[in-house]
Design a protein around this ligand. Structure first.
Ligand SMILES: O=C(O)c1ccccc1NCC(=O)[C@H](O)[C@H](O)COP(=O)(O)O
Length: 221
């Protein structure tokens, strides 16, 4: 099965073009005021057109209310919604029904005990995303550029569809894929030169590293 690759926190046409050229399956737009990657819905709506028919455009929100989500959905027309806050299973189901969109639910992980949190979301969220816990003092629930111990995911049932996230970069993606065999990966800070500033060269290098890693793994199988 092909590996899904989400480049998240995109804000410029150049960065989106680099993500699509590299072969991103998903491109993510952040709607969170405190984030250096925050975009307004209208800007995201213009930017996401480049991805039409090439990659899924994901709206990333954090405990957003209906009014904020209505505006995002109307202006951006996302293919998927990513819930990166404390949205309950009930709220997740409600949003899926309200917008008729597939939902990615994010979970923060430190060790295998954190995986118990996913149980009530199974059959509700379409996909899970495992991210590291934010460092102390961070204002951001995601996009912190920190990893968790990937061995925590060894306890997962084989049929859980998820994206591995948190502190990935060209230097560690081979090890991350080897440790987890994740069906999808998600990256933001690892392709930036400063918080919120994507770099087209780093994006290209990340895709190269992913290709090298997956070629090595398929050769070894
Ligand atoms: O990236 C942000 O600024 C952000 C802010 C608020 C909620 C979620 C956010 N990012 C969500 C993502 O999917 C990131 O790609 C993920 O957390 C990984 O980020 P990184 O560790 O920087 O690669």
């Amino acid at each position: 099965m092909a590996l899904d690759i989400k480049i998240c926190g995109l804000k410029t046409p150049d960065a989106i073009a680099a993500a699509l050229t590299g072969g991103a399956s998903h491109v993510g737009f952040i709607f969170f005021g405190k984030s250096p990657r925050n975009v307004d819905p209208e800007t995201a709506g213009r930017l996401r057109t480049a991805a039409q028919g090439r990659a899924k455009a994901v709206a990333v929100t954090v405990d957003a209310d209906d009014a904020a989500l209505d505006r995002i959905i109307a202006a951006m027309r996302p293919d998927m919604l990513q819930l990166h806050g404390r949205e309950t299973p009930e709220r997740t189901a409600e949003l899926k029904a309200r917008y008729g969109l597939p939902v990615i639910k994010a979970f923060s992980v430190h060790d295998a005990t954190d995986l118990a949190a996913i149980m009530p979301y199974r059959g509700v969220a379409d996909r899970l995303l495992f991210d590291a816990k934010p460092p102390k003092g961070s204002d951001l629930p995601g996009g912190n550029g920190v990893s968790f111990d990937w061995r925590a995911l060894a306890a997962l049932d084989g049929d859980v569809d998820y994206m591995l996230s948190g502190g990935l970069n060209a230097g560690n993606i081979a090890e991350a894929l080897k440790a987890t065999n994740a069906p999808g990966i998600d990256i933001s800070s690892g392709v930036e030169v400063a918080p919120g500033e994507k770099d087209v060269r780093l994006i290209a290098e990340f895709f190269q590293a992913v290709r090298a890693a997956t070629n090595t793994m398929s050769g070894a199988a």
